[in-house]
Design a protein around this ligand. Structure first.
Ligand code: SAM
Length: 216
């Protein structure tokens, strides 16, 4: 794959940012990160023209790169600050990991499908995004490196596993699509000691979370 980010790609990306603004994304840091990362680098050459349409797209193994609006909205809700320790569950293509890396967090990302893990890991390294990639069942988190300031789930969970809340720091935030296999509510949980505050942020459709706490 050739990595070329010319005026045409940058122009298409500006158009995408305008679309995100028109759909209600207001966080300037998030918009900056979305404008910085060439989304077409996460597509095969023959499919480049799909990169700047606001739609999810297949990445193989029955999985998808999330819709740009969804990536922006989840990142906005996560509200990660520089230097924070962040866990992403569902590396997929690595695009969301690149966005979080641009926001200067210490990112841990876990993927259960081996070919996707390998591809994203190699790709992120080659592009210079400093994400730490792991292979495994992220439905139980990544306790070895926790607790985290932020946890982002990018696959649909039937419920929020208690083990993930346990891996959140006090004051930490978890964002996840929760509900049915085909339609979910975007949930944001803020941990306050042993309590948690739960908010709901609209409907989305993600691929299902697999593994111990998933749909398997
Ligand atoms: N964040 C990704 C991106 O930027 O391309 C999109 C993620 S895709 C919508 C959901 C991903 O979650 C898939 O790659 C899927 O294999 C992964 N996944 C599903 N269940 C998982 C689990 N138990 N642990 C880790 N990853 C999982």
């Amino acid at each position: 794959m050739v990595f070329r980010d010319d005026y045409k790609h940058k122009g298409l990306r500006k158009g995408l940012i305008n679309t995100l603004r028109s759909k209600g994304i207001t966080n300037e840091r998030v918009l900056y990160a979305m404008e910085s990362v060439p989304r077409h680098y996460f597509f095969d050459d023959a499919l480049l023209h799909h990169a700047y349409i606001d739609k999810a797209f297949p990445i193989g193994n029955g999985q998808t790169i999330s819709q740009p609006y969804t990536v922006a909205r989840q990142t906005e809700l996560l509200d990660p600050e520089e230097g924070m320790k962040v866990l992403e569950i569902g590396t997929g293509s690595g695009y969301q990991a690149a966005i979080l890396s641009v926001l200067n967090v210490r990112l841990f990302t876990i993927e259960v499908v081996k070919p996707l893990y390998q591809k994203a890991k190699d790709h992120l390294k080659r592009l210079g995004y400093p994400a730490r990639c792991y292979l495994g069942d992220g439905s139980i988190g990544l306790p070895k490196y926790g607790p985290y300031d932020r946890i982002l789930m990018t696959a649909a969970a039937p419920k929020i596993p208690d083990s993930l809340i346990e891996q959140l720091k006090d004051g930490g935030i978890l964002v996840a699509p929760v509900g049915k296999k085909k339609s979910q509510t975007m949930v944001r949980i803020i941990r306050k000691g042993d309590e948690k505050v739960t908010e709901e942020h609209g409907f989305f459709a993600f691929v299902p979370l697999t593994g111990k706490e998933g749909w398997d």
